[in-house]
Design a protein around this ligand. Structure first.
Ligand SMILES: [Mn+2]
Length: 376
C-alpha cells in the first residue's frame, strides 16, 4: 500500500475481468487475455441456479422482486482443492486470480440474519478465509446486505436500445422467509416475511462479523472487501441498508481498523448515491490504501431513478476517477462491473470487450501523461 504520491516507480493499476461461476472456462480466460486483462475476479456463487427469470448471458437480474436463484449446498464449503485447482487453471491461462467475489448465502445467511445457525456460519466464513489464504487468493469481496440487489427494472434503456438495468422508484415489498440477498436458501421456509430490523441492529451484526473474521483474515493474509449497498437506498424491502452514502464506507472501516478490513469500491453504486461526491469519495478511500479492488461502471441519475449506461457516457468522468487513483498510488485491480447488453450473439462479452477497450485507452492516457500527478 503506502502513500508515495507521484513516485516514479509506482506500479500501474491492473485491468481485470469478473467472471461468473459458469464462465470459469478456458475460453473465457482466453477472452480476458485477448481483451487486455492481466487479472480475473471470480464468482463461486451460482446466482443463476434454478432461475428461469435470470438468464445466464446477462448480469444477474431476476425480476423486480424475484430472487436471482437458489443458494448452493449448505453442507459443502468451497474446498482447498477446488480453490487451488481454479487458481492453477487461471494461472495456466496466463492470468492472476485477484479475488473471489461474494459469499454464498447457503454458507452464511444466519450471519446476515442473526439466525439460529450463526455460530456455525461464522465458522464457515473463517474456514473459507483460511482456505483462500492457503490457496493464495488474496481478496474476498462480500456484501453485508439483507435485501441485496432488489427493485431494479430491465429494459432497452441503454444507448441504441441496449438492454440495461436501473430503478424506477423504490420497492417496499418485504423479503419472504427463506430468502436473503437475492437468493433462496430455504425452499421449505414457512410462509411469511423477514421481520424488519433497525439500522443499529444491522450495524451491530456487521461489527460482530468483522470483529470475529478480521483477525482470521489478517492471519491468512486475506483482505475482506465490502461492496456498498446496490441500489444505495437507506432502506429496501423494509430492511435497513448499511453503506448507502459515500461517508458510510468510513464507518465500516472504522469499526475494525485493519489492512484486512477493506473495500470493493463500486464506482457505479457510489455515483447512484444522493449525497457526497464520487471524486472526493474515491480520493478519501484510495488515499487511505483501503481499496482492495474496484468495480467500474457508469450510470445516469441517482436512486431511486437511475440507469446503468455504457462506460463512455453517463454522469461519471472516468478519466478523472483513474487520475485520482493514480495520484493516490492505487496499484490494485480494476474490473468492469456490468454493462448494457449489446445486440449480437454474445451480448455480455461484447459489452465487456467494449468496456475493457475503453479502459485500456483511458489507462494508457493516465499512465503516459503524468495526468494523475498534476490533477489536484
Ligand atoms: Mn458493483
Amino acid at each position: 500500500m503506502g502513500n508515495h504520491k507521484g513516485c516514479p516507480y509506482q506500479k500501474p493499476m491492473k485491468l481485470g475481468l469478473g467472471l461468473y461461476r459458469h464462465m470459469l472456462t478456458r475460453e473465457n480466460y482466453a477472452f480476458a487475455r485477448q481483451a487486455g486483462c492481466t487479472h480475473v475476479v471470480i464468482h463461486l456463487v451460482d446466482y443463476f441456479n434454478q432461475a428461469s427469470a435470470n438468464p445466464r448471458d446477462n448480469q444477474p437480474t431476476g425480476g423486480k422482486l424475484e430472487p436471482w436463484g437458489e443458494a448452493g449446498n449448505p453442507e459443502r464449503l468451497w474446498s482447498l482443492e477446488e480453490l487451488r485447482r481454479i487458481r492453477r487453471e487461471i494461472e495456466d491461462a496466463g492470468l492472476v486470480l485477484a479475488a473471489i467475489e461474494n459469499l454464498d448465502p447457503a454458507h452464511w445467511h444466519d450471519v446476515l440474519l442473526d439466525g439460529p445457525e450463526r455460530a456455525r456460519h461464522i465458522e464457515n466464513v473463517k474456514t473459507i478465509v483460511r482456505r483462500m489464504g492457503e490457496a493464495g487468493i488474496p481478496i474476498l469481496g462480500y456484501n453485508f446486505s439483507l435485501a441485496g440487489v432488489s427493485g431494479r427494472v430491465s429494459g432497452p434503456t441503454g444507448r441504441g436500445g441496449a438492454i440495461s438495468v436501473g430503478m424506477d422508484g423504490p420497492v417496499d415489498e418485504p423479503i419472504p422467509n427463506g430468502v436473503v440477498w437475492n437468493m433462496v436458501y430455504d425452499r421449505a421456509a414457512p410462509s411469511g416475511t423477514v421481520s424488519p430490523v433497525t439500522s443499529d441492529e444491522l450495524w451491530r451484526r456487521l461489527q460482530r462479523f468483522l470483529e470475529e473474521v478480521i483477525p482470521v483474515a489478517e492471519q491468512a493474509g486475506v483482505r475482506l472487501a465490502a461492496h456498498p449497498d446496490d441500489p444505495p437506498l437507506p432502506t429496501l424491502r423494509g430492511q435497513p441498508r448499511l453503506v448507502y452514502q459515500p461517508y458510510l464506507y468510513q464507518r465500516l472501516l472504522d469499526l475494525v481498523p485493519s489492512q484486512s478490513n477493506a473495500l470493493e469500491l463500486c464506482v457505479g453504486t457510489l455515483a447512484e448515491m444522493t449525497e457526497g461526491n464520487i471524486y472526493e469519495a474515491i480520493d478519501q478511500y484510495s488515499r487511505q490504501g483501503k481499496i482492495a479492488y474496484l468495480h467500474l461502471r457508469n450510470v445516469a441519475g441517482k436512486v431511486p431513478h437511475y440507469r446503468e449506461t455504457f462506460i463512455d457516457e453517463g454522469d461519471v468522468d472516468m478519466i478523472r476517477v483513474l487520475s485520482i487513483l493514480k495520484r493516490n498510488a492505487f496499484e490494485g485491480v480494476i474490473i468492469p462491473d456490468h454493462t448494457p447488453q449489446m445486440s449480437c450473439a454474445a451480448p455480455w462479452h461484447a459489452g465487456m470487450a467494449h468496456t475493457l477497450g475503453y479502459m485500456l485507452g483511458a489507462l494508457a492516457r493516465i499512465q503516459d501523461s503524468g495526468f494523475g500527478i498534476q490533477d489536484k
